[in-house]
Design a binder for this molecule. Sequence first.
Ligand SMILES: NC(=O)NCCC(=O)O
Ligand SMILES: [Zn+2]
Ligand SMILES: [Zn+2]
Length: 486
Amino acid sequence: MSLLVRGGTVVNADRSFRADVLCADGVIKAVGPDLDAPAGAEVVDAGGAYVMPGGIDPHTHMEMPFMGTVACEDFESGTSSMLAGGTTMLIDFCIPAPQQSLTDALDQWTEWGKKAVADYSFHVAITWWSDRVAQQMAECVDRGVNSFKHFMAYKGALMVDDEILFKSFSRCRDLGALPLVHAENGDAVFLLQQQLLNQGITGPEGHALSRPPHVEAEAANRAIMIAQTVGVPLYVVHTSCKEAHDAIKRARDSGLRVYGEPLAQHLVLDESVYYEKDWDLAASRVMSPPFRSKEHQKSLWDGLVSGSLQVVATDHCAFNLQQKRMGQDNFTRIPNGTGGIEERLKVVWHFGVNTGRLTPNEFVAVTSANCAKIYNLYPQKGVVAAGADADLVVWDPQAQHTIRQKAHHSKLDVNVFEGLTVTGVPRVTISQGRVVWKDGALDVRRGQGRNIRRPAFAPAFKAQTVWNERTRPHPVRRQVQVQQTP
Ligand SMILES: NC(=O)NCCC(=O)O
Ligand SMILES: [Zn+2]
Ligand SMILES: [Zn+2]
């Protein structure tokens, strides 16, 4: 079955041009002007619209067991939501419990992923260390995982120390896999939490107060320095504040391959919500790092414009109010996480492109192409070109939409963007060459998603390996001194 997207303007990260897009067998067969529709082809009208590579969200937590509960979004509802928002692939985090085998955990997540209605892939988290973990990292790489995540926060649960960071980053370097960090100083967070509780601060405001920007910046800086020492690129997830962004900028200025990922939520929502009288409202926004002030939002936008930050994600991690209420008397027990997978593209377009901060091409870069390049998916994903997967979004830049929990496709009972009216929405989403979202309706099939393998040694790693070899330390060769006896 073939499909012709007719009459639109193709927008890639590098340029825009008028062209039709012909898809068959799940891939793009041709991109060019006035293409003929093969007999029986479905024709999608893209008149007045942009045709862009489907979004890729590299940071989600479907069905994640966390903080005594399990995220309520599963791979079916999560991937359905993302398609309704124009995103056609996600990369989720497989998180082994401390002492659990990495490959057993990957088996578990792989099983859960079979429910997905669109393409997905996995990062694996390093939550403990042994020779066996090092060996299993190689087995994960053989199974198409080219990125390993490290939590520098969540003391007593997922957090790892500097020794593990050093050992795991070194292993990543040797395997050609990208280390990722959740950068917050978990010891400092823990101590601040105890102080605040002792002062009688038990509500969601304590969450924001216990995770100030310098706690994030310190960890980002530390992870960067360890990555530099080891000689490996680094990706800093959910960069939320100016000081962490500054650390990334400094590193890049000195020639390091460090990537920063702001979230759609951190770009537009601010910390004032944690001080709301309505506990449910404040708790529903609890995530780590917390939302920040306008000054930090500006820094994140500046980074996307200038290129010091590369990817906008969501960290979609869904906990309903009943789950959030586990922390009714103690903010440290509120499960951390918010949603946004359906809203990401709309929010970034509305506040990025409509305001003149980003060009449409830069929008494609930060929502799809850069991610595909960093995670070695390009040009299978992240570009509208012959040979690429037929994952597309037909974007109507004029259409308006008001974001409402009642109308979203997530299982979440709140929407952090509730009531926001955006201009610019996905008219049609195409996944694997099939129309899956059109006229406000989904047409998806459980199990249609594919587990996309991402090979190790992305181009940046090949360069880094050559550089490491050239700059490798060598012993000083000294002549053996013969001692003269007097
Ligand atoms: N971000 C958050 O609050 N929850 C999900 C887990 C994580 O990424 O830290
Ligand atoms: Zn995190
Ligand atoms: Zn996360």
